[in-house]
Design a protein around this ligand. Sequence first.
Ligand SMILES: Nc1ncnc2c1ncn2[C@@H]1O[C@H](COP(=O)(O)OP(=O)(O)O)[C@@H](O)[C@H]1O
Ligand SMILES: [Mg+2]
Length: 213
Amino acid sequence: MSFIGPTGSGKTRLALQLLARSVSDDLTGYITVMKAKDKTVGEFLAQHDRWKRTLTFPPPPRAPGMPKVNGWVVWPHHTNDPAADEIRHERVFKEMHKRLYVKGDNIIFDDEVVSLVREMDMKRDLTRIWTKGRSLGSGLWGATQRPAMVPLEMYDQAQHLFLANIKDKRSQDRFGEIAGVDPDLVVDVVRRLPKFHWLYIRQEAGQMCVVGP
Ligand SMILES: Nc1ncnc2c1ncn2[C@@H]1O[C@H](COP(=O)(O)OP(=O)(O)O)[C@@H](O)[C@H]1O
Ligand SMILES: [Mg+2]
């Protein structure tokens, strides 16, 4: 599932709403958070007691008597040394993707795909999960504000795409990589979407509709 739109368009909030409804005792959610602060994720954690933050991966074992966790927000801490943080974060996120992908029974939501690809050098890790993860029982969800900089698989392997209002030409050019729908129509609809509205595309069926808040 792919969420594509500029900063503040509601990607994180929509993805978290859907994720909270998609996980269960048998299907665990994992969210990667790279920013030092994210109000939307912070609010989500405060509102969902079956979701916990972990600074590392794997998450700490469940203490006796603690209810089962439906999801983990993998959100390493930030210090005043960004370069060292980046190395540490890269280790955590790579380990997480490597392990979860073969384990299956999970949904991984990468909330900032461009940062993973460009800062953490994770293009291959993501591409592997996007192309093979489904058959192993892993779902990979991704959000990005810069669609021109993400791997092609974020489009052509997505069963479900949510596109917010995007006006720049480079981003619109990627719409040609969505199967079964007319890219000119997609461009035309997307650039007229009001705030917090999405063009939802079900790629396999070549179907689309506009959804509101
Ligand atoms: N459907 C909505 N209705 C009202 N407010 C929304 C909606 N979706 C998002 N917001 C608010 O807009 C802000 C940005 O949303 P967020 O999901 O963090 O955007 P993004 O991840 O695309 O940067 C947040 O304060 C969020 O609560
Ligand atoms: Mg966000």
